[in-house]
Write a protein that binds this ligand. Structure first.
Ligand SMILES: Cc1cc2nc3c(=O)[nH]c(=O)nc-3n(C[C@H](O)[C@H](O)[C@H](O)COP(=O)(O)OP(=O)(O)OC[C@H]3O[C@@H](n4cnc5c(N)ncnc54)[C@H](O)[C@@H]3O)c2cc1C
Length: 414
């Protein structure tokens, strides 16, 4: 088993090897608000190794079949739960791993380096559903649901988007109307990760007037609640092993004790959850970019044309140099946002910057990867085409690149 130390310096049982973390030698960059450590901690190294071993054993052999058939591998997520990967940020008192964003980014990027769609599902479960509950749930709600989510026994979903309101989510049409001690929910949510297989969904719905940012509230809705069902499962370009489906509410009655926080706080809560969620999409993007880069680098040394490895051509070598440099820059932005989040600092601008930059880098690097593989990059015999298809989601999910620019510009112009 692996024993990792969390912030409270307690050992956690995570895998198959016993290691006690040592304080690392750190180079620090100081500014007014934050220290950035450029050296990987022992915990990060151990998490990386654990995820790489797990991925080689449990993901690599089956991922192309899942991709081809659009299979969401529920059992894999139960196994990931046993390793602590479904409750990375959840405190130990709720059966989580009790780690911070640095370990979370590390684990998520390593998973995504292997298969972005598993990374996307891990991100939606951890930083949207569980994190919303962790940040805004009361003690009873946390005790009831977090251990199930953190151990991977239950899969979590998070529903904000609707068919006609994506970027403009504050204009949502799904309503919850009070009926004594209950609320009656009507409407639908679309593009929801784990919309079919999720055991629990956090949904943000309208409880007040349209156009009022304080007119929305969030609820916990369990699978099997009468009036709650799933609809169309999307047939996607990439991220095909991550299930994306519609949630349908038809006179769905939920008790007021299922409301998270106070009435009218739902949209504000959702924006705060997305501040952390966007760091996870940056980590997902980083993983895809690293995977594509490493595949391209090794292929460029093996593939010969004109009697030499193609890496000897400056046109290819410079492409690799650009790819590596962009990845390092994306890494810095992502870990900076993660470190700030761990320190409890406001990260709206920083998480949007990390998400914007890392996701665009993932698309550019995956594109260059296909180019370096040439015709073989266009076939399913090599990993390039999958990185290319998966990467594009990162510039769309949890706010498009245009919306990240809106968030960043509002922040710097206020
Ligand atoms: C695979 C996948 C998984 C997802 N998982 C979830 C999930 O678990 N939960 C959830 O709630 N949602 C989820 N989503 C939804 C996702 O967050 C939305 O697709 C995204 O926010 C964009 O919304 P939209 O698709 O309606 O696009 P639109 O909002 O219709 O945008 C269309 C285009 O217009 C641009 N645009 C819109 N407004 C502006 C503006 N003000 N300025 C400039 N340009 C603008 C956009 O950038 C985009 O290019 C998922 C989506 C996908 C594809």
């Amino acid at each position: 088993m692996i024993l990792l130390k969390n912030d409270a310096n307690r050992c956690l049982l995570v895998g198959d090897l016993a290691v006690i973390s040592q304080p690392s030698t750190r180079h620090k960059c100081m500014n007014a608000t934050i220290d950035i450590d450029f050296v990987e901690t022992e915990n990060q190294k151990l998490v990386s190794q654990m995820v790489r071993d797990f991925g080689a054993r449990e993901i690599k052999p089956k991922m192309m079949e899942w991709d081809e058939e659009q299979i969401f591998p529920v059992d894999l997520f139960h196994k990931m739960g046993a390793l602590g990967l479904m409750g990375v940020l959840v405190p130990e008192e709720y059966s989580g791993a009790g780690f911070g964003y640095l370990e979370y980014i590390t684990a998520l990027s390593e998973i995504s380096k292997i298969d972005g769609s598993i990374g996307l599902s891990m991100a939606a479960h951890n930083s949207l559903c569980s994190n919303h509950l962790l940040q805004f749930g009361n003690g009873e709600q946390k005790l009831k649901y977090l251990p199930k989510l953190a151990t991977g026994e239950w899969i979590g979903a998070w529903g904000l988007t609707e068919p006609n309101t994506g970027s403009d989510s504050g204009n949502m049409k799904t309503t919850a109307v009070r009926d004594g001690d209950h609320f009656i929910i009507n409407g639908s949510k679309n593009f929801i990760t784990h919309g079919r297989s999720g055991n629990l969904a956090v949904v943000i719905v309208r409880t007040g007037e349209p156009g009022d940012s304080k007119g929305m509230s969030s609820f916990l809705v369990e699978k099997g609640t009468p009036g709650f069902s799933s609809g169309k499962k999307e047939n996607k370009l990439g991220m095909r092993a991550s299930e994306t489906a519609e949630l349908i509410f038809s006179d769905c009655k939920v008790h007021r004790s299922q409301m998270l926080g106070a009435e009218g706080e739902g949209f504000i809560q959702a924006m705060k959850v997305l501040d952390g969620g966007r760091i996870s999409i940056a980590a997902l993007s980083l993983g895809i970019a690293m995977g594509a880069y490493e595949a391209a680098l090794s292929y460029s040394k093996e593939r010969h044309q004109f009697n030499q490895p193609i890496s000897k051509f400056q046109g290819i070598a410079f492409k690799l140099a650009d790819m590596a440099t962009k990845i390092e820059a994306a890494k810095l932005l992502t870990f900076r946002a993660g470190e700030m989040k761990d320190k409890g600092l406001e990260v709206r601008k920083e998480s949007a910057m990390a998400k914007l930059y890392a996701s665009e880098v993932a698309v550019e690097v995956a594109n260059d990867c296909v180019q370096i593989f040439g015709g073989y990059g266009y076939t399913k015999d090599f990993p390039a085409e999958k990185y290319y298809r998966d990467a594009k989601l990162c510039t769309i999910g949890e706010g498009t690149s245009e919306i990240q620019k809106l968030v960043i510009s509002r922040s710097i112009l206020r």
